[in-house]
Design a protein around this ligand. Structure first.
Ligand code: CMC
Length: 429
């Protein structure tokens, strides 16, 4: 008997089965042979939130939630945040290696030269209500991009894939900025190819009457660091949505739109918005203990705290906290910082949070930075979606080229009625 196996005894039948273990997992399909009778469907595993189910093999991002480790393609997030920039990280996620100088230059050129959007997309965006949520606008517009690039459906052609990847990474800040300007009733600002990826984004958001927008280098770099930290996070809700939808072999715009939809929710990318609203609701430092009491009573959740994977301090939150201080040197101190620090201080010392291993996550301090930069809360999930696009595309391409990929189609445990006959309406009680 192989040592790399699991012996299972089915107590219903007394039969024993040997199930191979590969890379710390058993194949769920190997359970199917465990049956009580010939016509039995076979055993399945029940895992509604996929908490203990590996849905793919991946080489992109590594997380050790117990130790608070995050690496992209093997490189520690701390080193990338200190030494790299977002576009280089996007290249790394998608290609598996850091680029050479010439690869980097041509990558930046390709992204920079796809930042414009078709004028009809601009008109399409004009159709949204004046108060439309920018994340809803981003979701709808990215989905609509597939109608502008019908060739994108040739997903097994490498050159076509590359082109859509350039387009998506390049156009995401433009669409995001247009969504923001639309909600403010401001004229759209076209991309400026002289500026960096984040510098140009700030230009499209904040430019007013000046002839040339000059981003503040501290803010430009801070945003770039935030983009690096948000670029990928292995099999989270939105990456899983992109992979699942992409497994039907749809074009990447539709798959990425699914990722944006998943990210919109308050338990995922909407948490930074929720965390900031929570800090505003608390209102002052002295009200923190009363709020924590409500959290412990189960009345509310402490937004920006806790994580499915991290049971230690989220390594991204550490970097963001340091970045926040640099931003506040330019923008002035955000008054909510005092409340956030008090929440963290009390929570990290409280038995409720210690026992459940709840620490600040990436969303706890990002909202403070975004607010200080002048972004309204509705833009927070959008600011998450822009950099996550490179991660989604890396996950999408890896899924597509994986020989194990099949259309995602989970099973269910049916607990509804057994067969029953139709009752005409006049006979129903
Ligand atoms: N505030 C208060 N209690 C919490 C919190 C929280 N933020 N998070 C978890 N708990 C408690 C929860 O009530 C439960 O307690 P008990 O065992 O007594 O029932 C225990 O901790 C385990 O919680 P869970 O809901 O089973 O944990 P989960 O892994 O399903 O949830 C989470 C993870 C992130 C959805 C959750 O921690 C949460 O809702 N946090 C607030 C929202 C948030 O900040 N989300 C951003 C996540 S990071 C960004 C991203 O990757 O998208």
């Amino acid at each position: 008997m192989s040592k790399e196996s699991l012996t299972v005894i089915d107590n219903r039948t007394g039969k024993s089965y040997e199930i191979p273990i590969t890379q710390g997992t058993i194949r769920a399909m190997d359970l199917r042979q465990i049956k009580v009778s010939e016509d039995d469907f076979g055993l399945m595993s029940y895992d509604p939130a996929l908490e203990n189910t590996a849905s793919c093999k991946s080489r992109i991002t590594f997380i050790d939630g117990e130790k608070g480790i995050l690496r992209y393609r093997g490189y520690p997030i701390e080193q990338l945040a200190e030494k790299s920039n977002y576009l280089e990280v996007a290249y790394l996620l998608l290609h598996g290696e850091l680029p050479t100088k010439s690869e980097y230059e041509s990558w930046v050129y390709d992204i920079t030269h796809h930042t414009f959007i078709h004028e009809n997309i601009k008109k399409f965006m004009d159709g949204f209500r004046h108060d439309a949520h920018p994340m809803g606008m981003l979701l709808g517009t990215v989905g609509a991009l597939s109608t502008f690039y019908p060739e994108a459906k040739n997903i097994f052609d490498e050159n076509t894939r590359r082109k859509q990847i350039h387009r998506l990474i390049a156009k995401m800040p433009t669409i995001a900025a247009f969504a923001y300007r639309h909600s403010r009733g401001l004229p759209y600002v076209y991309p400026d190819n002289d500026l960096s990826y984040t510098g140009n984004f700030l230009n499209m958001i904040f430019k007013m009457t000046e002839l040339k927008y000059q981003p503040n280098p501290v803010i430009e770099r801070a945003l770039d660091i935030l983009f690096i930290l948000h670029a990928d996070h292995e099999q989270n809700c939105s990456a899983n949505a992109v992979r699942a939808v992409g497994s039907s072999l749809v074009d990447p715009y539709s798959a990425v739109a699914a990722g944006i939809a998943a990210l919109y929710g308050p338990l995922h990318g909407g948490a930074n918005e929720a965390a900031l609203r929570m800090l505003m609701e608390i209102g002052s430092k002295d009200k923190v203990p009363a709020f924590i009491k409500r959290v412990k009573a189960g009345e509310v959740r402490l937004m920006g705290f806790g994580h499915r994977i991290y049971k230690a301090y989220d390594p991204r939150a550490k970097i963001i906290k340091q970045t926040a201080y640099k931003v506040f040197e330019v923008t002035g101190l955000n008054p909510l910082l005092e409340i956030a620090l008090e929440v963290e201080r009390i929570a990290l010392d409280d038995e409720y949070f210690i026992k459940r291993r709840l620490y600040p996550n990436v969303d706890f301090y990002t909202g403070l930075i975004y607010q200080s930069l002048g972004f309204p809360v509705e833009m927070f999930p959008v600011l998450f979606a822009i950099p996550r696009t490179s991660g989604w595309l890396a996950q999408w391409e890896e899924m597509l080229l994986d020989k194990d990929t099949k259309i995602v189609r989970p099973r269910q445990v049916y607990i509804g009625y057994d067969k029953r006959d139709y009752v005409p309406i006049e006979q129903r009680g």
